[in-house]
Design a protein around this ligand. Structure first.
Ligand code: MG
Length: 253
């Protein structure tokens, strides 16, 4: 597969898809409270996306049964929303979702605190968010994918955290998942060259303990092997002609 460069009008459509994705993430995150189920959160996200004339782009992708992946505490990614899964005070909740409109896709994720959480959990969330923006400093035309990967890795490992290896960021555009892969660990100067018009999703998945993971028997949910916490942040961005990347998944509500 080749990397698809977007035209200016393609980037405009990506901004629209990104804005709806970011707003849906915000609405879903703000709805989190003790006692609500992950299925209710998923419905809130789906209704928001549909109210904008867009389509939840995770729904049905590879057979995924919901609008959002909702992963709690030791769950890293791909948690399946359920009527049986009730959010509790002190949980940290990662929500990953996207919207498609006009043939283009947005994709974003964030980890939210529910009520009062431990200092350790807050530090994990803060470091994961910061590592995303550290990586995005290197999402500049002329750099390579490995420059982003390395920046994320060093930022997290210097603070004592693990970086999940098996799942990565990716190109995003007319398809939710395009080339290239954007690992969260790597070597500066290696990997695909970043060019103006490339649109990518950068998404550190960071663990409090070991980065080893396993998948639950439902075939989806990925958890830390040691049962310690995990956090996940993601933005879709465009590589521009003139320096800093453009964050596509910016909310406006
Ligand atoms: Mg993604």
């Amino acid at each position: 597969m080749a990397i698809v460069l977007k035209t200016a009008s393609g980037i405009d459509k990506m901004r629209k898809a990104g804005r709806i994705s970011a707003n849906a993430l915000k609405v879903a995150g703000e709805a989190l409270e003790p006692g609500i189920t992950t299925k209710e959160i998923d419905n809130i996200a789906r209704k928001y996306i549909e109210s904008q004339g867009a389509k939840p782009n995770f729904l049905g992708l590879y057979g995924f049964p919901a609008t959002a992946c909702i992963s709690i505490n030791e769950e890293v990614i791909h948690g399946i929303p359920s009527h049986d899964r009730v959010i509790k005070e002190g949980d940290i909740v990662s929500i990953d979702l996207g919207a498609e409109i006009d043939g283009y896709n947005g994709d974003n994720a964030a980890t939210f605190a529910v009520g009062h959480i431990s200092d350790e959990a807050q530090r994990l969330i803060d470091t994961t968010r910061e590592s995303l923006y550290e990586g995005l400093k290197y999402a500049v035309a002329g750099n390579r994918v490995g420059d982003i990967s390395h920046a994320v890795q060093v930022y997290c490992e210097e603070r004592g955290y693990g970086i999940v290896r098996e799942y990565t960021g990716h190109g995003v555009g007319r398809k939710l998942h395009e080339d290239p892969s954007i690992p969260n660990y790597g070597t500066p100067g290696k990997g695909a060259r970043l060019l103006p018009g490339m649109t990518i999703a950068v998404e550190p998945m960071v663990t409090e303990g070991s980065y080893a993971i396993r998948q639950l028997s439902n075939g989806w949910t990925v958890v830390t092997e040691d049962g310690k916490l995990a956090a996940h942040f993601e933005n879709s961005v465009a590589i521009t002609k003139d320096g800093d990347c453009l964050i596509l998944t910016t909310p406006d509500i």
